[in-house]
Design a protein. Structure first.
Length: 258
């Protein structure tokens, strides 16, 4: 099931996206699916007639995982950490499909990172791997924008990873997905730059959720970004970066500087 957040006139709504590509419809659901479940109404819209928003604005946090692909760690000259390298992004970093990525004035080297993102569906803590599926609401595409120059000079990554618009998410949440071997691709202005698979992760999805839950109590709507495959590079104003993940869809955002 594909759960989207969207606007038609004013207030954001949630809906279920159904149909084949090019002819999809979105059926409005009652309230917030994280708390009310998925109860369809009789109201439907053509997907092309609505504006998709970030499928979730986390109520508390976005957790990132650094260097979770061997080749990505190597391309940046880093060792693979013994334990998952965790960091936080504020929820103000989140934007949705086609929203602009605004390059921060304090950086001249912002790079893209295509990532599979896990959306948490219930309050949980210290979750064993065999019970991880019980706490996941679904999955979406993400782009972990990173100010590389600031990442090198700051002692921690709050500015480099957490600036406004540094966490595009979308286009929707896919609730049923086998994450063992999903293709992850990233395209800069239509040119393929990243092409990897979740099978290349050092720590898989279930292991990551379990480890993250030992450090943080996870709340409904929290998002875990699971790491990026090799091929990262810089974006400039006027660019567009697209993240496409098998079984989910495509997230596309333009890049601007203000």
């Amino acid at each position: 099931m594909r759960i989207a957040r969207f606007v038609v006139d004013s207030d954001p709504l949630y809906g279920v996206v159904e149909g084949e590509s090019g002819s999809e419809e979105i059926t409005v659901i009652h309230g917030d699916p994280f708390f009310n479940g998925v109860e369809r109404t009789h109201v439907k819209h053509k997907l092309e007639d609505v504006r998709l928003l970030a499928p979730i604005i986390p109520r508390s946090k976005v957790i990132g995982v650094g260097r979770n692909f061997v080749e990505h760690a190597a391309e940046l000259g880093n060792e693979v950490p013994a334990q998952p390298l965790l960091f936080l992004k504020p929820n103000t970093a989140v934007v949705g499909p086609n929203d602009p990525i605004v390059l921060p004035e304090f950086s001249e080297e912002v790079s893209f990172e295509a990532e599979l993102c896990v959306v948490i569906g219930r309050i949980c803590k210290d979750v064993p791997e065999e019970r991880v599926d019980d706490v996941i609401f679904g999955y979406t595409c993400g782009n972990d924008l990173t100010a590389r120059d600031v990442q090198k000079t700051d002692l921690q990554w709050a500015r480099a990873k957490g600036f406004d618009t540094s966490a595009p998410l979308g286009p929707w949440i896919e609730t049923e997905l086998d994450t063992e071997d999903l293709q992850i691709q990233g395209r800069l202005n239509g040119e393929l730059r990243q092409d990897g698979s979740t099978s290349q992760m050092i720590h898989g999805v279930r292991e990551l959720v379990s480890i993250v839950s030992r450090a943080f109590t996870l709340l409904p709507g929290d998002v875990i970004m699971t790491g990026t495959p090799a091929g990262v590079g810089l974006v400039q104003a006027g660019d567009r970066y697209e993240v496409e993940i098998e079984g989910i869809g495509r997230l596309s955002n333009p890049v601007v500087r203000r």
